[in-house]
Write a protein that binds this ligand. Sequence first.
Ligand code: 0DY
Ligand code: CA
Ligand code: ZN
Ligand code: ZN
Length: 467
Amino acid sequence: MSCLPVLLLLSWAALSAAYPAAPQEDLDNKYAKMAEKYLEKFYDLKTTGRPVGRNKNNNPFVKKLQEMQQFFGLEVTGKLDKKTIEVMEKPRCGVYDIGEYNTVPKSSAWQKNDITYKIVNFTPDMPQADVESSIRRAFKVWSDVAPLTFTRVYEGECDIEIKFVSGDHNDNSPFDGPDGVLAHAFQPGPHIGGDTHFDEAETFTKNSEQYNLFLVAAHEFGHALGLHHSNDQGALMYPTYPNTDPDHFRLPQDDIDAIQYLYGKTSNPIQPTGPSTPSKCDPNIAIDAVTTLRGELFFFVSRFILRKHPREGESDLLFIQNLWPSLPNDIDAAYENPNTGEVLVFKGNKYWTLDGFEVSQGPRSITKLGFPKNVKKIDAAVHVEHLGKTFFFVKNKYYSYDEDKQAIDEGFPKFIAKGFPGMRPNINAAFYYRGLLYFFQESVQYEYSIENRRIQQVLKSNSWLGC
Ligand code: 0DY
Ligand code: CA
Ligand code: ZN
Ligand code: ZN
């Protein structure tokens, strides 16, 4: 039996346990359900609770099925034909026992904590020492958060064999040339289990150019330790290569939870934690800044943006780095000036000017806007169109900035309590929409009427996010 990289293989044993022998007429249905589960698990198919459709175009099930068929080199029929079912039924590589159903089976972990690895060959893309340090650092990502050790061996048997290869390399999973598949790894087990192959057709780097070897290796070693892909967009085990700065990488909480599920916690009295991906349905979502941008709302949350049209649709989650690579994470404040069409983004005593999806200026010092040197950080900023003013909130005070005169108005700063009766100091974020101001503070949102100088409504922080 041939072995394929684990992440796309399913334990048929587990599935057949869930669907015991069925009468012939039910078989079709059973296969459809099996396929649906398979595609949910490995192709991020979102089931809607509707029955599985098998022939309609544009049907997400059919699309995912086609993707799967393409991947396995089957005829792309979009139908659950015999060949496709056969592939789905294939036992996973290195099956040596049967896992529990519906959870990541713990049996897919190494049954030991001290793992050995061997670097069989090197890529000419980087100095050998850089390959070695990237690999070492990638293992450390995991050994920092779980009771695991990784020891390099130079000859003989080992658990994780690391190779750079291209095209067909005799494991039934040929590489595909530049881009696409960058690497693959086999889940824990004897022989090829744990082995990790990098596509030599890629250019690997030790900097932020594509593809950073440390990042790819850290992801692959997750598989080599028994992890599957995650659907948490912020996770290291998310299926696609991230646009993150490899030098400041921190293992996300989702991956920490996954590896600790398999191997337990570290012996460290203080357990490591990592960044979590914001959920629009979290009532305590910590919004750093909000701005409108050409009719849409942009909520900045740690290294993410939740983007939403105020009246329609779902919000989508994006990395700040993907939209504006030169912006930092953890923004303090942002506002849109509809007259210029620009958005200003603030962090510390610096600001950046965005022209649509380009960073047109910055970072520049906020003293350029007229702020005194002792202002180290802006809490929130909002432009009120009909006044032509931008309000900047700093602790318990606010500044009024005249966009025409490009200067802070005389007599400012003033107390927030005076200018915005009912509002307390330390505002997190603010935006203006259809004549009203929306302030975010702690886990609530205040709808404030400028005209009536009062809070009209207290809302949930995530009321705009279509949760
Ligand atoms: N290997 O683990 C993979 O997930 C393969 C695809 C699989 C079907 C064999 C792969 O190389 N995926 C690409 C990837 O970058 C997908 C891509 O965006 N080009 N995977 C590695 C990776 C590295 C770092 C993913 C993350 C982080 N999240
Ligand atoms: Ca490739
Ligand atoms: Zn391979
Ligand atoms: Zn992967």
